[in-house]
Design a protein around this ligand. Sequence first.
Ligand SMILES: [Zn+2]
Length: 321
Amino acid sequence: MGFETLLGNDRLKENLSRSLARGHISHFYLICGPEGSGKRTLARLLAAAILCKGADRPCGSCLPCRKVAEGNHPDCITVDDPEKKTVPVELIRQARADMYVLPNESDHKIYVFPRAQDMGLPGQNALLKVLEEPPEYGVFLLLTDNPDKLLPTVRSRCVELRLQALPEPVLRSALAKEFPEAGGEDLAAAMQRSGGFLGQARILLREGGAALPQTAALVQALSEKDSLQLMNVLVPMEKWKRDDLAAILAQWQALLEEALVCRSGAEAVSKLARQLARERTGEELLDCIAHVQKALEYTQSNVSPGAVCGYLEWTLRGPGR
Ligand SMILES: [Zn+2]
């Protein structure tokens, strides 16, 4: 079976298979790629490959492979608390202590850090101590969408595995298989806005025709310069959760960018982008993009969803408000 359930990324998969076949296993891997690029899939496959007892590792069918796939292999441990904004340093210290306890049933013990960029400085420093002197059987898989947030001392110890966007035909056929009911225009829009990353395209398609109702309402409000409708869209969103808000803002940003590109003569896939391009000038679109970008940054820092929406209610009304 090998690494084929990870789509695309052929060279990466070949290199990994080759070095595993030679028995080369590093202590530290840094798996990098944007949201939806397959970091968790690769981490699962790599963990299975290291623990696998079959041929063509990971074979996908031996007991260790199945346990990893089901998330209950005792020697493959995930270090995270998804409820917390920062990975708690106590968890990292616990993992560090646990690492010196011999593996339960294999020759290796694997620790997976699903969001290494959120480890914080104390967490990274705690990790650094193990990175300097790992036990022979220890393997760390650090996953991140932003390797620049890691200390150079942490990063430099890792073998970097960088996930790439999928080639268009690969992405298209994967999506067509998963979403047989999706129309050609929706598929094309999702592919374009996903930047070639399957996980992102999936979210766009699941959200129904690649646009949320709020997105359509926003486009309407911006097209008609209707500040009352703008309020109607944004005020209920003040109560949204941060992640949901960030997701829709990212969608708005992509849409506005598509409209801007459309204004410069390129053909936009999405109807909403074409509508915006017709109704607003390039300068106005640029303004909106800057405001949405700023709002997205606020959402990712500590600003409350209420305040972020308030900012947009004010700025998106544009000049002459
Ligand atoms: Zn196996």
